[in-house]
Ligand binder design. Structure first.
Ligand code: SAH
Length: 267
């Protein structure tokens, strides 16, 4: 079976070959007949097949034209499956579904960051996502405060999703085996944080981590329109010490910090 499709480096193709692992990955998505599912990078369809059998309305995207004919043939019997030869990052969910949806993909390292941006953009329509990617990146996304992995990307995603690393997968489960380990993340939409001033929040979080080893106050000093005194006052108003670093702050702290910075700025 494998000789038909030579994996392409250009599309970072590493096809999952372990059926048991594929079953477990899909189980985390909990697909069912009431669901709409978008799949990123169908490849040879190992996940596609399991999701298809759940009865979910499935849109499976694959950028590599050479894989499409096989996918179309394989899924022709399934009326609930549509195979689409497009770059997933360029799609807008509205083109395919007006419903909220679930998202799944075993995705290459190089599209993980852009996909995370995509997910933030369409966060209100995603109910659940199961994303398998390079372990190192997965660890960052699922990080907790006060760890070296805690970063803007973990913060932004955890504002909207509960994120759990549910599985580690060794290279041997893929063909060809990647040099690095993979991990599967489960994202479930949450309603925990209400952030009305998102743009300010985003700017402040990014600036707070600008130089990780520096103090929070030294990083924030570079925000336009703020003085050293403003920043110190904002940090003090939160009851935090002046020598704190960004990685020590939890999401709630960043929300409070944003409010404090906005209020000293407008004072
Ligand atoms: N889901 C399959 C394939 C994993 S390999 C499996 O688990 O075996 C990743 C797949 O994503 C490849 O088939 C690759 O061609 C495809 N791909 C890479 N970038 C893509 C993009 N931007 N949009 C859609 N598919 C993409």
């Amino acid at each position: 079976m494998f000789c038909f499709f030579m994996p392409k480096r250009r599309f970072s193709q590493n096809f999952l070959t372990d059926r048991g692992i594929a079953e477990r990955i899909v189980a985390f998505l909990e697909p069912g007949a009431v669901d709409t599912v978008l799949e990123i990078g169908a490849g040879r369809g190992i996940l596609t097949e399991i999701i298809a059998a759940s009865g979910a309305r499935l849109y499976s995207f694959e950028i590599d034209r050479d894989l499409i004919e096989n996918l179309n043939n394989k899924f022709a019997p399934y009326k609930n499956v549509t195979i689409i030869n497009r770059d997933f990052l360029a799609i807008i969910p509205d083109e395919y579904t007006a419903e909220k949806f679930k998202l799944i993909g075993n995705i290459p390292y190089d599209i993980t960051s852009p996909l995370l941006e995509w997910m933030l953009r369409f966060r209100e329509t995603i109910t659940r996502a199961v994303i398998t990617t390079q372990k190192e990146l997965a660890d960052r996304i699922a990080a907790s405060p006060d760890s070296k992995d805690w970063a803007p990307i973990s913060i932004f995603h955890q504002c909207f999703f509960d994120i759990r690393k549910v599985m580690s997968i060794s290279g041997g489960a893929f063909y060809p085996p990647p040099n690095v380990k993979s991990a599967t993340l489960l994202f479930s939409a949450n309603e925990k944080h209400h952030i009305p001033f998102w743009d300010d929040f985003e700017r402040i979080v990014r600036q707070a981590f600008h130089q990780r080893r520096k103090l929070l106050s030294n990083n924030l000093m570079h925000l336009p329109g703020l003085t050293r005194e403003n920043i110190h006052a904002a940090i003090a108003s939160l009851g935090l010490p002046q020598n704190i670093r960004a990685e020590q702050l939890a999401i709630e702290d960043f929300i409070r910090l944003t409010k404090a910075v906005l209020s000293v700025k407008n004072a």
